[in-house]
Every structure is written in C-alpha cells, then in structure tokens.
Ligand binder design. Structure first.
Ligand SMILES: Nc1ncnc2c1ncn2[C@@H]1O[C@H](COP(=O)(O)OP(=O)(O)OP(=O)(O)O)[C@@H](O)[C@H]1O
Length: 262
C-alpha cells in the first residue's frame, strides 16, 4: 500500500483551560518505529491516547490507513462516528500501557484470547491456537495457565503485548511499558518489542529507555510543551540535536558529563 498508516494533522487537545497538545502533525509509515521522548508532562501519553481515540482531540484529524479516526463526513461536515464504529477502528490499533492491566481473574492465555473471541467472534479453538502462538512469541508458553498475580511485572507486560497482538493490529502503541519495572524485567520486555520491530510492526513508543530508542527507532520525535520540538533518526537526535532544549533534556536523562555529547 502507499501512503502512511497513521497521519495526524493539526492535533490539539485541551483539558479545561490547559492546552496539552498544541498542533501536532505526524505521519507514520508502514513498518516504521517512532519513539517519542520529552520531559514529564509534555503530552506524550495524551498524544498516544489521541492516536487510538481513548481521548477525543479538541481539534485536528487523525487518519488510519486513509480512514478518518473517530469522525466521518456527513453532508460535507465532520461529525463524530458512532461508538461501535470507533470501537471497530480501535481494534486496528494495539496499545500497551505503563500500568499493568491484565484481567486478574483470567490466566495468561485467557487474557490473550478474550478480545479475539468477544470482538472478532473467533471460536475458542481458533482463539487458543492464536493465543498459544503469541505466548510462544513473547516467551511465555510455559506460563499460559498462570494468573497475573503469579507473574512478574515483566511477564505481565509480555502477556499484555501478546494480548494486543491477538487482535492483529496494524499499529502498536506503547506508553512507557517498562517504566514500572526493574531493569532486568524491563530488558525482557524491550527485547520482545525489539523483535516485533524487526518483524516489521509499525510502532509508536513513548519511553525513557534511550538505549532502546537508539537501537530500534527509525525516527525519534522530541515533544515539548505539546509541540514537536524536533525529529530525526536517532543517530542525529542523540549526537547532534539541533535544538538546545533537546540537548538539555538528553543530557539530563542520559546523565552525561559536561564534556560529553550531545
Ligand atoms: N484526563 C486529564 N485531565 C486533566 N489533565 C490531564 C489529563 N490527562 C493528562 N492531563 C495533563 O496533561 C499534561 C500532559 O500529560 P501527559 O500524561 O500526556 O504527559 P507525559 O508527557 O506523558 O508525562 P509523563 O512523562 O510524566 O508520563 C499533564 O499536565 C497532565 O496533568
């Protein structure tokens, strides 16, 4: 197919008086991995939540494969789509959150197969076949019958990734999926994400894991106060950022000494 999978134009989002996103324009191509970085409170989560319409933009448009998300044209005007249609659109966008949010009363496999059965109408056999394949892919086939409480945080996030993949999304959104985890557990999640990226999954990832960004991102997007400060390949952003404020932010998160780049 031609054209971007995701296209964002003039995206604004306010909470009351506070304008959190102030005109975001963005295109994400098939197979592209975009990592979003920026200081706390700059709007990273809000951007992701707008991308799958968990938040309704105050202004602006988002297209998924050329289809307007959350809105449609009617008599030459844009009107909100009915909720079931938005739900259908959302099934094409997988999301993994910072907080661990598996269903506690379901096993790992149960968590993975729930949506494909409920939303996509797969039979239990079909869903289990898919679920087992995905649990194997995230390295957890042997834990398929465990309940979340008996899984580590890293394992829970890997189940969450399998659960999102079970809907066969076209794009995966990750909102700081490792920030609640110890480094060792974070690593196992990042490895699964890296493998996904290598297999060609289109991904938008909010993370403070700069090593991951360096190794996996095709593009790093620096967000500040609700606008894109700059963007480019990690080789450029991490060594020769054009904006002093990007440099300042990176120095802080990378704990660099005064004589080190950037
Ligand atoms: N539902 C909401 N209602 C009111 N304010 C909100 C809501 N969601 C987010 N905000 C505010 O919007 C701003 C941006 O929040 P957001 O979570 O998008 O930032 P972030 O860059 O992801 O931050 P962090 O890195 O700390 O997670 C913050 O000031 C936050 O308090």
């Amino acid at each position: 197919m031609s054209g971007p999978i995701l296209r964002v134009e003039g995206l604004h989002k306010s909470f009351g008086e506070r304008e959190v996103l102030r005109g975001i324009g963005l295109e994400v191509a098939a197979g592209e991995v975009v990592v979003v970085i920026g200081p706390s409170g700059c709007g990273k989560s809000t951007l992701l939540r707008c991308l799958n319409h968990l938040e309704t933009p105050t202004r602006g448009r988002i297209w998924l494969r050329g289809e307007l998300l959350g809105m449609r044209e009617k008599d030459g005007r844009l009107v909100p789509r009915p909720e079931p249609e938005v739900d259908r659109q959302r099934t094409h966008i997988g999301m993994v959150f910072q907080r661990l949010n598996l269903f506690p009363h379901m096993t790992a496999l149960g968590n993975v197969i729930e949506a494909p059965m409920r939303v996509k109408g797969l039979s239990r056999t079909q869903a289990e076949e898919r679920g087992l394949r995905l649990l194997e892919r995230v390295g957890l086939l042997d834990r398929k019958d465990e309940y979340p409480a008996r899984l580590s945080g890293g394992q829970q996030q890997r189940v969450a990734i399998a659960r999102a993949l079970a809907m066969e999304p076209e794009v995966m959104l990750f909102d700081e999926p490792t920030s609640a985890l110890d480094p060792e557990l974070a690593d196992e999640v990042l490895q699964v994400m890296q493998a996904l990226a290598r297999e060609g999954m289109t991904m938008v990832v909010v993370t403070h894991e700069m090593e991951f960004a360096r190794a996996v991102a095709h593009r790093v997007l620096v967000l500040e106060a609700g606008v894109i400060l700059e963007q480019g390949p990690p080789s450029l952003i991490f060594t020769r950022p054009s904006q002093p404020r990007t440099r300042e932010f990176l120095r802080k998160v990378l704990h660099l000494r005064a004589d080190e780049n950037p």
